[in-house]
Ligand binder design. Structure first.
Ligand SMILES: Cc1ncc(C[n+]2csc(CCOP(=O)(O)OP(=O)(O)O)c2C)c(N)n1
Ligand code: SF4
Ligand SMILES: [Mg+2]
Length: 286
């Protein structure tokens, strides 16, 4: 499998693409078969189906392969610094609470360098939608161990097998206070889109983990084959459950079992709403 760096396609290619007006198709620089593109098109088609135009929304990403996704949106889209997509998105939402704000970033970006921002955004319940493209590795920088790498996995920084237990992102988000939490395999576009719609309906912090194997780095180091073989490998492990408590949502490539579904949907007042109320109360007292 080769990594395509071809960014020489003309802007109008292909003209008949249904999302042509909303996407910079010449910026899809991902390896052929990588599911990052699926998350981008799922978000975009949900925004289109909601009748939202680029003046109504903003997209933020951090650094990494998934971080490059911001360039794919024909919209106000921001490629923030490493680990800082959530504070950047929080600032946008605070400045303009009417904006629908999405973060799409990688597991390393959001949960290693950006981990602290993630837990505090959950705790505040700020009204942004965060999608993590979880490939269990640092894809872009050469396949280093991530906070989501399973025990025993080989990476460029764990050549004898990883000994650090991974975060279970669903359990982490729920414990930190996120009011919407779901996990889906990236190939299950219909469920993913349904979940993105539910995230937009939630008046608070929404988190969706998208399982998206990196065959170029993770697959190669663990002898898992090409893009199609890795999708089959993932499909055998995915178990979709209804009403599973978030802390029982197993995430283990080692045990070959990853529980997917919607785990938290408990709307409560969001952060910018609370700020608005504080401002109104203060104005009345003047
Ligand atoms: C401050 C800083 N430290 C380290 C890096 C190098 N770096 C760039 S992307 C990345 C990890 C990305 O991993 P992930 O978010 O999982 O993205 P993926 O490529 O897997 O989508 C790292 C360590 C950086 N750009 N900036
Ligand atoms: S995450 Fe892996 S498969 Fe996807 S574009 Fe990056 S290196 Fe390629
Ligand atoms: Mg990653």
């Amino acid at each position: 499998m080769t990594v395509s760096n071809d960014v020489s396609l003309p802007d109008d290619y292909p003209e008949d693409h249904p999302l042509h007006g909303r996407l910079n198709l010449n910026r899809f620089i991902f390896c052929a078969g990588c599911l990052i593109g699926t998350a981008i098109t799922a978000i975009t088609s949900c925004l289109v189906e909601r009748g939202l135009t680029p003046k109504d929304y903003a997209i933020v990403s951090g650094i990494g392969c998934t971080g490059r996704s911001s360039g794919c949106f024909k919209a106000p889209a921001f490629h923030a610094t490493h680990g800082r997509a959530i504070p950047f998105a929080s600032g946008l939402k605070l400045a303009n609470p009417d904006l629908e704000v999405f973060v799409l970033s990688g597991d390393g970006d959001l949960f290693a360098i950006g981990g602290n921002h993630f837990i505090h955004a959950c705790r505040r319940n700020i009204e942004i939608n965060v999608l993590c493209n979880n490939n269990g590795i640092y894809g872009m920088t050469g396949g280093q161990c991530a906070p989501t790498t399973s025990i025993g996995d080989f990476t460029s920084t764990s050549p004898y097998g990883n000994i650090e237990p991974p975060f279970n992102l669903v359990s982490l988000a729920a414990a930190a206070g996120a009011s919407y939490v779901a996990r889906w395999p990236g190939y299950d576009v219909l469920r993913l889109k349904g979940s993105i719609m539910a995230a937009m309906d939630n008046p608070g912090f929404s988190f969706i983990e998208v399982l998206a194997p990196c065959f170029t780095q993770y697959g190669r180091k663990n002898n898992l084959g090409d893009a199609v073989k890795m999708l089959e490998w993932l499909r055998k492990q995915v178990v979709i459950e209804k009403n599973c408590p978030p802390h029982d949502a197993e995430y283990s490539h080692k045990n070959g079992r990853i529980v997917c579904g919607e785990f938290v949907n408990s709307p409560r007042e969001g952060f910018t709403q609370k700020i608005k109320q504080l401002r109104e109360t203060a104005q009345k007292k003047r």
